[in-house]
Design a protein around this ligand. Structure first.
Ligand SMILES: *Cc1c(COP(=O)(O)O)cnc(C)c1O
Length: 380
């Protein structure tokens, strides 16, 4: 590969020869106005008009009945898993190719991740691999899925829509239903992405999104849980706000809760960011449409949105030939002011998760050695 030509093309696309980050937030709307409103009102903490407004705006945007805002995406996943009744020593199926937050949230409960392979095309959990794993290792008994290898209950399954590209979520949902496993979607990276015209994160009982600084919209830190179930929404709000029973003055809490509520300041930023989301999405599609013909003419695989889906193209992705090329590419581009990153080290290779059960992980291993992300920010 001609690293120099690729680097020059990326710089030309962003019209810059100075340092080019992988992704940057864009504050081009009402962010400052809403922050000022928030400060003037003195409601900067976790009670405030912007939190309520953001929750209803967000639910409307993704087409779910309820949204409950949290301090970050990891907290959203943690609460979603608790609401899916994941308990200590249960097992949760997820993909090995994901950001650490997915596996961490499972571990906070004392539950154990079980790693099942991804599809090469979507880089998200593979329904084929899931079916093979379930048939080889699991049985349903008393409407529960038992892993006959470990003897533990598989309570939930957490697929992730990698870099915003939707995985085959309807097939995963059908398998989860058949095997009595709760579906919790890690949609942290896929705000704006739909599968068969339905927003990612809304297929399962619960979905979690993130608004970390590098995500498609950001509030510095933040997250949200979505669900169509009123009881789950109420419980999500209750346990993420210290499980305090509403009362005019008394402090009574009816279980161990979490201080996970999103502050109004962050919600003010998010209300403004959400207003510009469609513009960001348009720009990212445009960027993909510039990258794609360039890389395909250079015989480099540029990842396009999978079938039946519309991707937010959060992080633009290349699949290189092998690990050697991946390393050489990362080293050349980063040395020449163009920030690029490899995909994550597989979860099952990290010290904390080395003992977790795994299915056949051929696709994840193959992608780990080849995938890189290239600059993906919204151009102004
Ligand atoms: C960003 C992200 C999260 C949540 O991260 P926070 O930083 O806690 O908001 C969870 N899962 C995946 C796959 C992510 O990329």
């Amino acid at each position: 590969m001609d690293f120099e030509a690729v680097t020059k093309f990326i710089q030309k696309t962003f019209q810059t020869e100075t340092f080019l980050p992988l992704h940057e937030p864009r504050f081009i709307g009402n962010e400052k106005a809403y922050l000022n409103e928030c400060i003037d009102s003195t409601f900067v903490s976790s009670v405030g008009a912007f939190v309520d407004r953001f929750e209803s705006d967000f639910a409307a945007y993704v087409g779910s009945r309820y949204a409950v805002a949290t301090v970050n995406g990891t907290a959203a996943l943690h609460i979603a898993l608790l609401l899916a009744d994941v308990q200590q020593d249960d097992e949760v199926i997820t993909q090995p190719l994901t950001f650490i937050a997915t596996a961490n949230a499972i571990s906070y409960i004392g539950a154990h991740p079980v790693f099942v392979d991804v599809d090469k095309e979507t880089m998200g959990l593979s329904p084929d691999a899931l079916q093979i794993f379930l048939e080889a290792h699991c049985k349903v008994s008393d409407a529960r899925c038992i892993n006959t290898t470990s003897g533990k209950i598989i309570k939930a399954c957490v697929p992730m829509h990698t870099f915003g590209h939707p995985c085959r979520i309807d097939e995963i949902k059908a398998l989860c239903d058949q095997w009595h496993i709760a579906l919790v979607e890690d949609a942290a990276e896929s705000l704006g992405s739909t599968y068969k015209n339905r927003h990612t994160g809304t297929f399962g009982a619960l979905g979690a999104f993130s608004f970390n600084g590098n995500k498609i919209i950001t509030s510095g830190g933040g997250g949200v849980i979505v669900t169509d179930d009123e009881d789950l929404a109420k419980r999500a709000k209750h346990i993420s706000t210290t499980a305090k029973i509403p009362h005019k003055w008394e402090y009574v809490h009816d279980e161990i809760g979490y201080n996970y509520r999103l502050p109004n300041l962050n919600a003010a930023l998010l209300c403004a960011q959400l207003e510009n989301l469609d513009r960001f999405l348009e720009d990212k599609r445009m960027l993909a449409s510039i990258y794609e013909p360039f890389f395909s003419s250079a015989s480099i695989t540029f990842v396009k949105e999978p079938q039946s889906s519309r991707s937010n193209y959060w992080l633009q992705t290349l699949i290189l030939n092998d690990k050697e090329e991946q390393e050489a590419f990362l080293s050349y581009t980063n040395d020449h002011g163009v920030m690029t990153r490899p995909i994550w080290r597989l979860m099952n290779k990290l010290e904390m998760f080395k003992k977790c059960q795994c299915g056949d992980l051929s696709n994840a291993l193959w992608l780990e050695d080849r995938v890189v992300n290239i600059p993906s920010g919204v151009r102004l």
